[in-house]
Design a protein around this ligand. Structure first.
Ligand code: B3K
Ligand code: ZN
Length: 876
C-alpha cells in the first residue's frame, strides 16, 4: 500500500515494438499466449525487466524459444522480473485466466455471456504478463478462437485480417492494429451480438465502416448512438481538422461496466447506459448523455490514442482535453449558454466539494496508492476548465495553432502535460510558466472584488484579490494565472465600452483581465452615465469562487440586462442562495418562518415572464441551488436546515406563482409526435419544472396534472418526472405507481435502474430501511455496477436527509454494503465510500458516526487498495 510518486518516473528499460496475442476463449479457462519482442531502450536504465501479471496461472515462459532457467528470472505476487535479459529477444508467455470469475470487471470478463475487456488503467496485466504502462507502445496482432454458436462475433482493435472455421464447432478471427498503442487501449469482444452498420466518408474522401454492436434485444435502441457518432466525426474534422484514421470504427455496448465507456483504439466498449436511447425508455438527459459520451470516446482517438500519456499522473492530459472537446461539441450541437450552465453546476456541486475535502488533489496528482481512485471530477472536469482557460487566454485561433503544433510534435508519442502547455506557449509566444500551477496546486481559488467608483473621474476601480485555501499536503499556495472575462453593464442596462487607464481609446465591450498577482487593480475610465455594474467571470472563465459584494439590486440588474447567460444565471443563484441561507439560519435559531422572501418570488416571476424567449435557459434560471452547493457555503452543513429551506422555497414559489407555472406548463406542452430536437427538449425541461412547482404547492390542481401526465406520457422524460413528483410529494398513489412502473419495465434493465434510483432518492427518514429492503428485491444484483450505483450510489450521494439520518443508519448501511462489495469490485466500492469523506463538514454527532464507519473500513482485513486509500485519506 505504498504510494507511487510522479517524481519516481523512469523511462522503461525495454521497448516492446510488437506483441502477438492468441486467445482460446472458454468462460472458465481461457488460454492466453503472448509473444512480445523486446529491445533495450537507449533512454532506459537498470538491467532488469519487470512484467506485471495478476489473476492468472502462468503456464510457460520461453525466451527466444527456450525455457527460461530459474536463475534468469523470479516471480513475485504481481509480477515477474527478468534478470539481465539480452538486449533484444522474444518472450513467449502462456497463461490461463478465468473470465467468468472476474467480478472486478478489469481485464477479460464476461457480461451477460459476452466476453469483453477493460484495460485502462492497469487491466492488461490481468490478461498477460506485460510492462503495462502507457509509455510502452506496441503493434498488436490478435488471434481469437471461440465456440462458434456462443460467440459468432469476434472483435479486436484495428483491421480484420482473416477468419476461419475449426473442427468441433469452433472458429477463429485475426485482427491487426497498424497503430502502435499502449496496452490500456487493447480490447477484445466475443459474443452473440447484433450489429447496426453505417458508413462515414471523411473529408479527404476515405470511407469508414461504422459498426455498433449490442445484444439483439437492444439493437433497436442504438440508432441515436450511431447518429451521434457521425456528428462527432464531422465536428472533429470541422472544428479541429482531425480525421479518423482506420477503415473501421466499432462500438460495443455491454451491460456490466465500471465506467461510462472506454476509448480502445478502433473498438470502443460502452456501458449500455451510455449507448442505448429510445423515447419510451430514455430521458432527454439520457439522449444528450449518449451523444456526449459517444463524442467523448471518439475524440479520444486523437487526444488519448494518437497522442497518449507518458504515465498515469498525466491522466488529465487526455481527459481534461477530451472533456473540453466534448463540451465544445455539445455546445455547438445545442445551446451554448445552457450547456455551460450545466457544466458549471457539476463543477460547483461535485468538483468544488472534492477540492474542499480530504481527497482534494491537483488535476495532476503527484502520488497515488490506486490510480483508479483518480478518475475524478478534478482530473476530468477541472482538467477541462484548465484547457478552457488556455482557450480563453489565447483565443480560438491561437488555441487551434497550439493544438496543431501539439499533434505535429507528438503524434504517436506518450507525453506529459508540460508538452501540451509548451505547444500552447510556443504557438502563442506567451509565457505560461505561472499557468502551470493549475497542474500542481489543488484547491479552489477565492476571488474577492472591491469596487470604487469615482464620479468626478468617471472611473471604476476593481481591486481583485485571490487566495486559495490549504488542501491536504499543500498548506501554502502561490497565486494562479486567472483569466476573468468581463464587461460593464450601465445603469440603463446597456453594455459600456471598456477603456483601461493608460489606454488611448476604448476597446469593445468585453475583455479578459488576467489576474496573476495576489491582488491587482484595474481602473476603467470614460464611464459617462454613472457607476456601471461589473459583469465578471463571464462564461465561468475560471474555476474559482467569486465574491463581488453585489447588492440585491445589482443582482437583479445583471439578471435582467447582462449579455452573458452564465452571469445572468449566476446572479439568480446568488440571490436564491442568500434567501435560502437566511432561511437555514432562521431554522437553526428556532424561528421557522412560513413565508418566503419576496425578492426571490419577484425574481422568479420576472424569469417566468421571459421564459418564452429561451425555455431551456428559463428552466435553469428557475432551478434552485442544490443542497450540495448550499452546504458548501456553510461552516457546518445543516442537514435539517437545508431541507427545511428548500421545501419551504419550493412550496411557496409553487403557491405564489401558481398561475404563471400553469401557463408555462401549458405553453410548453407539445401535442403531436415526440421529438428529440433541442427545442423540444427545452420545452419539456421547462414544462416539467413547472409541473414540479405545481406539485410542490400540494394543491388539487397540481396533483391532478401530475396524475394525468403520468398516465398519458409517451416518453420517459415526462413519465419519470411525474413519477418522481408522485413519490417525492407523497401522493396517495405512490406505491401503486411504483408497482405499475416496475411491472411495465421489468425487462429493461436501464429503466429498472431508474426505478431503484428514484426510490433511493426520496428524502425521508425511512430511506435507509427502504434501500436495505430494495437490496432484497429479486432485480437487485451486486454484479451490475449500474444497478449498485442506482440504488446505493443514489442513496449515498443524492439523498441528504436519508443518508445523513441522525442515528447513523445511513452510514452503517453504506459501510456494510461497501465492505461486501469491496471483495467483488473494489473500484465501484471505493467510489461509493467517498460519500463518507466529507465527515468534517457535519455536526459533531454526525462526525463521530461517520468517522467510526471509516475506521471500521480501514480496520477490515483484506481491504482493497482502492478502498483503503479513500478511507485512510478521509480520516487523515
Ligand atoms: N478513459 C476511460 C476511463 C477508464 C476508467 C478506468 N477506471 C473513459 C473515458 O474517460 O473516456
Ligand atoms: Zn475520457
Amino acid at each position: 500500500r505504498e504510494p507511487v510518486y510522479l517524481k519516481d518516473y523512469r523511462p522503461p528499460a525495454f521497448l516492446t515494438p510488437e506483441i502477438e496475442l492468441d486467445f482460446v476463449l472458454e468462460p472458465e479457462a481461457t488460454l492466453v499466449t503472448s509473444r512480445q519482442t523486446f529491445r533495450r531502450n537507449p533512454k532506459g536504465e537498470g538491467r532488469e525487466l519487470v512484467l506485471f501479471g495478476e489473476n492468472q496461472d502462468l503456464l510457460a515462459l520461453t525466451l527466444n524459444g527456450a525455457p527460461l532457467p530459474p536463475e534468469r528470472w523470479r516471480k513475485e505476487s504481481d509480477r515477474i522480473v527478468l534478470l539481465d535479459p539480452p538486449d533484444e529477444f522474444t518472450l513467449e508467455v502462456r497463461s490461463r485466466i478465468d473470465p467468468a470469475a472476474n467480478t472486478a470487471l478489469m481485464g477479460l470478463y464476461i457480461s451477460n455471456g459476452v466476453f469483453c475487456t477493460q484495460c485502462e488503467p492497469e487491466g492488461f496485466r490481468r490478461i498477460t504478463y506485460f510492462q503495462d504502462r502507457p509509455d510502452v507502445m506496441a503493434r498488436y496482432r490478435v488471434r481469437i478462437e471461440a465456440d462458434r454458436s456462443a460467440c459468432p462475433v469476434l472483435l479486436s482493435n484495428g483491421n480484420p485480417i482473416d477468419r476461419g472455421d475449426l473442427p468441433g464447432g469452433r472458429h477463429w478471427a485475426l485482427w491487426e492494429d497498424p497503430f502502435p498503442k499502449p496496452s490500456y487501449l487493447f480490447a477484445l469482444v466475443a459474443g452473440d451480438l447484433a450489429c447496426l452498420e453505417d458508413e462515414f466518408t471523411t473529408r479527404s474522401g476515405r470511407k469508414v465502416q461504422l459498426r455498433l454492436y449490442s445484444e439483439a434485444a437492444n439493437i433497436g435502441q442504438c440508432h441515436h448512438a450511431l447518429a451521434s457518432l457521425k456528428k462527432a466525426m464531422k465536428w472533429d474534422e470541422d472544428r479541429y481538422g482531425l480525421e479518423y484514421d482506420l477503415d473501421l470504427f466499432q462500438i460495443v455496448a455491454v451491460n456490466d461496466f465500471n465506467f461510462g465507456a472506454m476509448e480502445n483504439k478502433g473498438l470502443n466498449i460502452f456501458n449500455t447506459s451510455a449507448t442505448l436511447a429510445r423515447a419510451d425508455t430514455s430521458t432527454d438527459f439520457d439522449f444528450m448523455n449518449v451523444e456526449r459520451v459517444i463524442a467523448h470516446e471518439y475524440f479520444h482517438n486523437w487526444t488519448g490514442d494518437r497522442v497518449t500519456c507518458r504515465d498515469w499522473f498525466q491522466l488529465t492530459l487526455k481527459e481534461g482535453l477530451t472533456v473540453f472537446r466534448d463540451q465544445q461539441f455539445s455546445a455547438d450541437m445545442h445551446s451554448p449558454g445552457v450547456k455551460r450552465i450545466g457544466d458549471v453546476v457539476f463543477i460547483r456541486d461535485v468538483q468544488f466539494a472534492e477540492d474542499a475535502g480530504p481527497l482534494a488533489h491537483p488535476i495532476r496528482p503527484d502520488r497515488y496508492i490506486e490510480i483508479n481512485n483518480f478518475y475524478t471530477a478534478t482530473v476530468y472536469q477541472k482538467g477541462a476548465e484548465v484547457i478552457r482557460m488556455l482557450h480563453t487566454l489565447l483565443g480560438e485561433e491561437t488555441y487551434r495553432k497550439g493544438i496543431d503544433l501539439y499533434f505535429q510534435r507528438h503524434d504517436g508519442q506518450a507525453v506529459t502535460c508540460e508538452d501540451f502547455v509548451q505547444a500552447m506557449a510556443d504557438a502563442s509566444g506567451r509565457d505560461l510558466g505561472q499557468f502551470m500551477r493549475w497542474y500542481s496546486q489543488a484547491g479552489t481559488p477565492e476571488l474577492e472584488v472591491r469596487r470604487r467608483f469615482d464620479p468626478d473621474r468617471q472611473a471604476l476601480t476593481l481591486e481583485i484579490a485571490q487566495r486559495t485555501p490549504p488542501t491536504p499536503g499543500q498548506e501554502e499556495k502561490l497565486p494562479f494565472h486567472i483569466p476573468i472575462r468581463m464587461g460593464l453593464i450601465g445603469r440603463d442596462g446597456t453594455p459600456r465600452r471598456l477603456q483601461l487607464e493608460g489606454e488611448n481609446e476604448p476597446k469593445g465591450t468585453e475583455r479578459v483581465l488576467e489576474l496573476t498577482e495576489p491582488a491587482q487593480r484595474f481602473t476603467f475610465i470614460g464611464l459617462e452615465g454613472g457607476e456601471p455594474v461589473p459583469s465578471l467571470l463571464r462564461g465561468f472563465s475560471a474555476p474559482v469562487k467569486l465574491d463581488a459584494g453585489y447588492s440585491d439590486d445589482e443582482l437583479a440588474h445583471l439578471m435582467a440586462h447582462d449579455t452573458d447567460d452564465f452571469v445572468r444565471w449566476d446572479a439568480g443563484q446568488r440571490l436564491a442562495s442568500n434567501v435560502l441561507l437566511a432561511l437555514v439560519g432562521d431554522h437553526a435559531a428556532g424561528r421557522a418562518p412560513s413565508t418566503l422572501d419576496r425578492r426571490l418570488i419577484d425574481a422568479f416571476a420576472k424569469s417566468l415572464d421571459r421564459a418564452g424567449e429561451d425555455p431551456a435557459f428559463a428552466a435553469r434560471m428557475l432551478s434552485l441551488p442544490s443542497s450540495s452547493y448550499l452546504g458548501q457555503q456553510m461552516q457546518v452543513i445543516d442537514v435539517e436546515g437545508i431541507r427545511f429551506a428548500l421545501d419551504l422555497a419550493r412550496r411557496e414559489l409553487g403557491r405564489s406563482l401558481h398561475g404563471a407555472w400553469l401557463a408555462a406548463y401549458r405553453a410548453n406542452t407539445d401535442e403531436g409526435p415526440f421529438s428529440i430536437d433541442t427545442a423540444a427538449i427545452a420545452r419539456r425541461s421547462l414544462k416539467n419544472l413547472a409541473l414540479a412547482y405545481l406539485a410542490y404547492a400540494r394543491d388539487e390542481e397540481g396533483q391532478a396534472l401530475v396524475r394525468t401526465q403520468y398516465a398519458r406520457a409517451d416518453n420517459m422524460t415526462d413519465c419519470l418526472s411525474a413519477l418522481r413528483l408522485i413519490t417525492e410529494t407523497g401522493m396517495p398513489e405512490s406505491e401503486a405507481a411504483l408497482a405499475s412502473f416496475y411491472e411495465k419495465w421489468e425487462k429493461e434493465p436501464l429503466v429498472v435502474n431508474k426505478w431503484f434510483s428514484l426510490q433511493a432518492m426520496i428524502e425521508d427518514e425511512a430511506a435507509p430501511e427502504r434501500v436495505e429492503h430494495l437490496m432484497a428485491h429479486p432485480a437487485f444484483t451486486w454484479s451490475n455496477p449500474n444497478r449498485v450505483r442506482a440504488l446505493l450510489g443514489s442513496f449515498a450521494m443524492m439523498n441528504l436527509v436519508g443518508f445523513h439520518r441522525r442515528d447513523g443508519a445511513g452510514y452503517r448501511l453504506l459501510t456494510d454494503k461497501v465492505l461486501e462489495l469491496d471483495r467483488r469490485n473494489p473500484q465501484v466500492a471505493a467510489r461509493l465510500l467517498s460519500a463518507l469523506g466529507r465527515w468534517r463538514r457535519f455536526d459533531e454527532h454526525r462526525q463521530s458516526l461517520m468517522r467510526a464507519e471509516l475506521e471500521r473500513v480501514v480496520a477490515t482485513p483484506g481491504l482493497s487498495r482502492d478502498s483503503y486509500e479513500i478511507a485512510s485519506k478521509s480520516l487523515a
